[in-house]
Design a protein around this ligand. Structure first.
Ligand SMILES: [Zn+2]
Length: 257
């Protein structure tokens, strides 16, 4: 690896490190947009320049081409330039959007970019682009769709077709009980003997099934009642925390529905 190099990067988080310097966490992808390269989480430092143009560019959820200096394996790299291609300005004006994006940053960091899957780059950037264009009230449903797809990228999406205990295929309106030990769902008959767990209503299960079989554009048009959106998000928050084995800091600040 040469000491000076470039990659596609999304700024996931920034924090003030040594006085005046910024510690930056990036999701980066080698190669160009058409490449199949994997993606990874990396740390980099932006030195000084509180009022510099570069400091304004290196800001959460900006995506573009970054130039880095230093050994990737030898600790933090230094950011020397960042050519932003997507700014996502609306996140600054919308608390729900910024909150959803913060949760996504935490999820991507905690899962090490879904294990470095190339799909992680596409999923996360497409979600942020869609959220930027969407009306604020669409944030919750967009976040639920993203989390369900991300669980699939992690290989941890629980199957919605049949009961993990008895194998009986689920009916369209069945409400399902989650069984953490099997990462699957139980039918109404098997659930009571398993002691119960978080549940998914018939409407919630139908929504998630439709997501798995539809493209992004069609998925946006599936109706979801406000009450069900809140319950579904709560269930997905439970699943991502179970997948990571720890609580999420950003969820402590989430305003309940
Ligand atoms: Zn069953």
């Amino acid at each position: 690896m040469t000491r000076e190099h470039t990659a596609l990067a999304l700024v996931l988080a920034c924090r003030e490190a040594l006085p005046g310097h910024l510690a930056v966490t990036l999701l980066s992808r080698e190669g160009d947009d058409s490449g199949e390269g994997g993606c990874e989480i990396r740390s980099a430092t932006l030195f000084g320049g509180r009022k510099s143009r570069l400091r304004a560019m290196v800001s959460p959820w900006h995506t573009g081409r970054i130039w880095l200096y230093g050994q990737k394996s030898g600790g933090a790299e230094k950011i020397t330039d960042f050519d932003v291609e997507r700014y996502r300005h609306t996140f600054r004006e919308s608390f729900p959007k910024a909150q959803a994006a913060s949760l996504v940053s935490e999820l991507v960091i905690k899962t090490k970019a879904a294990g470095g899957a190339p799909r992680c780059w596409v999923l996360v950037n497409a979600f942020l682009d869609g959220l930027d264009r969407a009306a604020e009230e669409e944030t919750g449903a967009a976040l639920a769709r993203f989390l369900w797809r991300y669980l699939d990228a992690l290989g941890l999406q629980p199957p919605l077709d049949a009961c993990v205990a008895c194998g009986r295929p689920f009916g369209a309106g069945d409400s399902l009980v989650y069984a953490a030990g099997e990462n699957g769902f139980l039918c109404p008959e098997c659930a009571p003997s398993a002691g119960g767990g978080p549940s998914l209503s018939g409407e919630g299960a139908a929504y998630l099934r439709a997501l798995s079989s539809l493209g992004a554009k069609e998925a946006r048009n599936i109706p979801l009642s406000a009450g069900e959106e809140g319950r579904l998000k709560g269930f997905l928050f439970f699943l991502i925390q179970a997948a990571c084995g720890e609580r999420f800091k950003t969820l402590e600040t989430f305003v309940p529905d």
